[in-house]
Design a protein around this ligand. Structure first.
Ligand SMILES: [Mg+2]
Length: 358
């Protein structure tokens, strides 16, 4: 991991920010969780200034006064995370920034600086780059983030985009994924499964003239919107106990949150926010809308738990200040695992979302 231009301004070691989602395949088969645990075992003791090292959406470190610094990194690889045949460069630029801003949102933080590292094959054209930078700049600018450095290297094949974002929050208002409490309600910040439906539509090369019908789904995949304002507002309410963003599907991400908090969750299938467009697309694609919502990745909506009293107040406040709906989908309980309750059964769905190494 190259973090050129960064060590000078933040004295923390880069090794504390592992969210190693993507890694060159080796002959040994391992899951993403095994890989992260392996790294965690090798780097067990972060420095004194580290409040949270490996294991959350961002690493959190002490800054002067009452402030905490936040840092996160994400990598997008050609043919793994994007396909140039359908992903316009401007939207890819927006997305490369958005997925990192979403991790800052997940801690309730304010993003401030970004670094961009590019590995580019010789075949990349100047026009493609200009459009990519336009989208990247637009997304950063919309959230008041400055690009302050990065790296450029040649790639033998395919584009690799690696982005690091630094942000900040009040130390006592950072929301971790490890603080869910028994009897909390479980919430999500928007509809689920739209990006997964959009990806399937792109993969199946749904003709242009059909895209009008499914445009919001295709757009959810190509150009996700990070919920930075929602994250800040939620952290300011004092009611939210645990939070993360949804990148690998609810079944896996909620399992991470429960594991970190040492609790279980029960999700009510009938409460999952699945839009009419996603249901239409699921029907058209002959997949289950429930599968899209539970197992499809890249929703980039916030997943959070909050005490059950005053929950009406919470929904009203968010509607009033952001004109946005949030959705209660279940409850935290004692024990382990994530369970889905349907009309006729309750099943364990822990970690059944996307695994980058499965
Ligand atoms: Mg995340």
């Amino acid at each position: 991991m190259e973090l050129k231009g960064w060590r000078g301004c933040c004295r923390l070691a880069a090794v504390t920010i592992f969210k190693l989602k993507y890694f060159a395949m080796t002959p040994e088969k391992f899951s993403e969780i095994n890989l992260i645990n392996r790294i965690r075992d090798r780097f067990p003791l972060p420095g004194q200034d580290v409040i949270k090292g490996i294991g959350d959406d961002c690493a959190v470190f002490l800054m002067s006064g009452s402030k905490a610094g936040l840092i996160t990194t994400d990598t997008l690889v050609d043919s793994v995370h994007f396909d140039l045949s359908w992903h316009p460069p401007e939207k890819l630029g927006r997305k490369a920034a958005a997925v990192n801003l979403s991790d800052i949102a997940a801690m309730g933080g304010i993003p401030s600086f970004a670094l961009l590292s590019l590995a580019l094959p010789e075949s990349v054209e100047g026009k493609w780059l200009d459009e990519f930078f336009k989208g990247f700049h637009e997304m950063l600018q919309a959230h008041g983030v400055s690009l302050v450095g990065g790296d450029t290297v040649k790639s033998p094949e395919g584009i690799i985009l690696s982005v690091t974002v630094v942000g900040e929050a009040e130390q006592n208002s950072v929301i971790y994924r490890s603080s869910a409490r028994e009897d909390d309600l479980v919430w999500v910040g928007g509809p689920l499964g739209e990006a997964a439906a959009g990806l399937l539509l792109c993969r199946r090369k749904i003709p242009e003239d059909n895209n009008g019908r499914f445009q919001q789904l295709v757009n959810a995949h190509l150009d996700p919107e990070p919920q930075v304002n929602l994250g800040r507002l939620l952290s300011s309410t004092g009611q939210v106990h645990a939070m993360m963003d949804l990148s690998d599907g609810l079944a896996t991400d909620l399992a991470h949150l429960c594991q970190a908090s040492n609790v279980a969750a029960e999700i009510d299938a009938s409460q999952l926010p699945i839009s009419d467009a996603a249901r239409d697309a699921a029907d058209f694609l002959q997949v289950s809308p429930l599968d899209l919502a539970l197992r499809g990745g890249e929703d980039y909506k916030l997943l959070f738990t909050a005490s059950s009293d005053k929950s009406e107040l919470l929904t009203r406040q968010i509607m009033k200040e952001l004109n946005q709906e949030i959705y209660c989908i279940g409850k935290i309980s004692p024990g382990q695992g994530v369970f889905l309750r349907t009309a006729d059964q309750t099943i364990d769905i822990s970690f059944q979302g996307y695994d980058h190494f499965a």
